[in-house]
Design a protein. Structure first.
Length: 592
C-alpha cells in the first residue's frame, strides 16, 4: 500500500461533522438517501441524463454552459430511492464560473457517495482528465461513454473493458438522448454509493492506484501526511483550509486540490495515452452533420440560412397558430360560450356581477386559448427543435463580428437566443460571459428581447388583423431598438469584449420525444403562471368596465396612452396591468 492509499483510509469527501438537526422530516429522509453526482464537461449530456431518469426537463439545451447551478432530484431506481445531483459542466476541479465557487467546492457541497462521470465517447482524451481528478479524490466512480452513436458514426470504436481496467471502474456505453444504457450506468453508481454508505472507511474505493510518476505521488502523499499532522495548513487556499478544518474534506482531497497545478499536466498526458489504447479508429469519417455544421457556420452561407431559419420559425408560428386559433375560437363561440353565459347568468342573478364574471370566464379564457395553445405552444415547439438540433449554438460563431459592435463576444448569442425562450434562464446564462461588463451588457439586451410567450402574443395580436407582414415588421422594430440600445450601452460602459472561445456542439437530428418534453415543460410553466393573472386581469377590467369606473381611469391615463402613444384610452389600463406579466398587455387587449 503506497502513501496515497494509506492516507485515504478515511473518507476523502467526508460528511459534515456535527450536522445540525433538520426540522423537516422530508429533509432528514433525503439526507439518509445515497447521493450520486453527475460530473462531466459542458454539453456532454448530464442534464439529458437527469431528464431521462426523472422525466423532468430543466431549462437546458444543446448549448455549452446552460447548466449554471446545482440541480438535485430524487430518483427511484429498481425500488431504491436516491438523490441525483446534476453539477455544472467543468474541465477540471479548479474550474469556476463567475458567481459560483470552484467546481471542487460544488462537488464537495453535493456530498456524493458515488460519481457518475459522463464523457464523450468520441473525444476521450479531452474528457478523461476530469475522470482522473475525481478518482484522485477517492470517490467511487462509474463512467458513461456517452454520445456513443456519434462516435461510431465517426468511425470510433471503444474497448470498454480495457478502459474499465485502466480506471478500475465500471464503464457503460450510453446514448443519453435515446436513453440507451442510462439506467444501467445509474444502477452501477447506486450500487457503489450504497456500498460506500455501508463501509465508509474501507480505504480507497475500487482500489485506485494513481498511475502518475512516483515523484508526483510522493509529493501529494507527503503533503497529505503533513496536513493530517496539522502542518502546512496555513499555505492552503482559504476554502480548502476551511473544508479541512470543518471535516467536510479529507487530507488526501485537500492535498490533491492544492496540487492541481502539478497534477493536471500528468492527467492530460495520461488521458492521451489511455485514449490511444482504447480507441480504434476506422479512418476519419465525416458525417452529414459534420458537413452541415461547416455550412451553417460559414458566413457566406450561414448568415442567409440563419435569416431564413428565423423568418421560417416566425412564419410557422403564425401559420400554424392562426389555423389552430381560428378553430378554437370558432368552437368556443359556438359550443362553450353560450353554455358558460347561461350558467353564470343563472347562478349569479345580479347583471353587473354576472357580466363582470363573464369577462374572465368567457372572454378571458377564450383569449388565453386563442393565444396560449396555438401560438405559444407552437413557438415553444419550434425553439425546442432548434435547441435540440444544436443549430442555435452555431449562430454564436456567425454573430461574433455583429456582437463585437455591441461590445460583446459571439458567445453572447447563447443567453440572447435563450431569451427568445425565456428571459429568466437567459439572465442566468450570462454567466458564460467572462467579464462583469459583458454580463451587464448582455443582461440589458436580454431584458429587451421578447421571450417566446411575448413573441407568440405579438403574432397572435397582429397577424389576424393586419397580416403577417405587420407582425414581422414589429419584430424588425424590436430588433432596431435592441441594436440602438446596445450601441448606446456599449458607448457608456468602459472596456472591451473578450475573444470568442466556444466548444461548438455538433448538429443533431432533434428527437421528437425530447422536443415535446421540453416544449410541454415550458408550456405548463407558462399556463400555470399566465392563466391566473390573465383571468384576474380580465376580471378587474370587467369590473371597471361594468361599473363605469373605467371612464375616470381612462381620463387619467389618456395623456400617456392617447397623447404619447396614440392608442385608445382604454389601452392604457391593459398596459398598466401588464406590469404583472409583460405579454398580458396584448392578451388583455384581445379581451377588450
Amino acid at each position: 500500500m503506497n502513501a496515497w492509499q494509506a492516507l485515504a483510509t478515511s473518507r476523502s469527501l467526508g460528511r459534515r461533522v456535527g450536522q445540525r438537526a433538520e426540522s423537516s422530516e422530508a429533509t432528514v429522509r433525503l439526507e439518509r438517501l445515497p447521493v450520486v453526482a453527475l460530473v462531466g464537461r459542458p454539453n456532454v449530456g448530464k442534464s439529458t441524463f437527469v431528464a431521462r431518469l426523472t422525466g423532468r426537463y430543466e431549462e437546458v439545451a444543446n448549448l455549452p454552459g446552460t447548466t449554471v447551478g446545482t440541480i438535485r432530484r430524487q430518483v427511484r431506481v429498481d425500488g431504491r430511492d436516491i438523490v441525483l445531483v446534476d453539477l455544472p459542466g467543468a474541465h477540471s476541479l479548479t474550474d469556476r464560473s463567475d458567481g459560483l465557487p470552484a467546481f471542487w467546492q460544488l462537488l464537495l457541497d453535493a456530498r456524493p457517495d458515488a460519481v457518475l462521470s459522463i464523457v464523450d465517447a468520441g473525444q476521450l482524451a479531452l474528457h478523461l482528465p476530469l475522470v482522473l481528478a475525481c478518482r484522485d479524490l477517492g470517490l467511487p466512480i462509474v463512467v458513461a461513454a456517452n454520445l456513443a452513436d456519434e462516435a461510431e458514426a465517426h468511425g470510433v470504436e471503444l474497448d470498454l473493458g480495457r478502459l474499465s481496467q485502466l480506471l478500475s471502474a465500471p464503464v457503460h456505453r450510453t446514448v443519453g438522448r435515446r436513453g440507451s444504457g442510462v439506467r444501467e450506468a445509474l444502477i452501477d453508481a447506486v450500487r457503489l454509493a450504497e456500498g460506500r454508505r455501508e463501509a465508509p472507511d474501507d480505504g480507497v474505493p475500487q482500489r485506485w492506484i494513481p498511475p502518475y510518476g512516483p515523484e508526483v505521488v510522493r509529493a501529494v502523499g507527503g503533503l497529505a501526511a503533513r496536513l493530517r499532522a496539522g502542518e502546512s495548513r496555513d499555505d492552503l487556499e482559504p476554502a480548502v483550509r476551511a473544508g479541512l478544518e470543518a471535516g467536510t474534506i479529507g487530507t488526501l482531497a485537500a492535498a490533491t486540490i492544492t496540487s492541481a497545478a502539478r497534477l493536471e499536466p500528468e492527467r492530460w498526458t495520461l488521458a492521451a495515452n489511455w485514449a490511444a489504447q482504447v480507441e480504434g479508429r476506422d479512418g476519419v469519417r465525416r458525417t452529414l452533420a459534420d458537413r452541415l455544421g461547416r455550412v451553417v457556420t460559414s458566413p457566406k452561407v450561414g448568415l442567409p440560412l440563419f435569416a431564413i431559419a428565423t423568418l421560417g420559425a416566425l412564419w410557422m408560428t403564425m401559420a400554424v397558430g392562426t389555423i389552430i386559433a381560428t378553430a378554437l375560437s370558432s368552437g368556443w363561440s359556438t359550443f362553450v360560450s353560450p353554455i358558460v353565459t347561461n350558467v353564470v347568468r343563472a347562478v349569479v342573478p345580479v347583471p353587473v356581477v354576472s357580466s363582470t364574471l363573464l369577462w374572465a370566464l368567457d372572454s378571458g379564457l377564450l383569449s388565453m386559448l386563442a393565444v396560449g395553445i396555438p401560438f405559444v405552444l407552437t413557438f415553444y415547439l419550434v425553439i425546442a427543435a432548434l435547441e435540440d438540433s444544436g443549430y442555435l449554438a452555431s449562430t454564436a460563431v456567425l454573430s461574433d463580428r455583429i456582437f463585437n459592435a455591441l461590445g460583446l463576444p459571439g458567445r453572447a448569442a447563447i443567453p440572447l437566443l435563450a431569451a427568445t425562450g425565456c428571459n429568466v434562464p437567459a439572465i442566468y446564462a450570462t454567466r458564460v460571459l467572462h467579464s462583469r461588463r459583458e454580463r451587464l451588457l448582455a443582461s440589458f439586451l436580454v431584458s429587451l428581447t421578447p421571450c417566446s410567450a411575448s413573441s407568440a402574443v405579438v403574432v397572435a395580436a397582429l397577424s389576424p388583423y393586419v397580416g403577417m407582414g405587420a407582425a414581422l415588421g414589429a419584430f424588425a422594430v424590436i430588433a432596431v431598438v435592441v441594436i440602438v440600445a446596445g450601441l448606446g450601452a456599449n458607448a457608456v460602459l468602459p472596456g472591451r469584449q473578450s475573444p470568442l472561445v466556444l466548444e461548438l456542439p455538433p448538429l443533431r437530428l432533434p428527437i421528437p420525444r425530447q422536443v415535446l418534453a421540453k416544449a410541454s415543460h415550458r408550456f405548463r410553466s407558462f399556463v400555470t403562471t399566465a392563466t391566473p393573472v390573465m383571468l384576474g386581469g380580465s376580471l378587474v377590467i370587467g369590473a371597471l368596465y361594468e361599473t363605469g369606473a373605467i371612464t375616470s381611469i381612462e381620463v387619467v391615463l389618456a395623456p400617456i396612452s392617447t397623447g404619447l402613444l396614440g392608442l385608445p384610452p382604454v389601452a392604457g389600463i391593459a398596459l398598466a396591468l401588464a406590469v404583472l406579466r409583460k405579454e398580458l398587455a396584448l392578451q388583455l387587449l384581445l379581451t377588450l
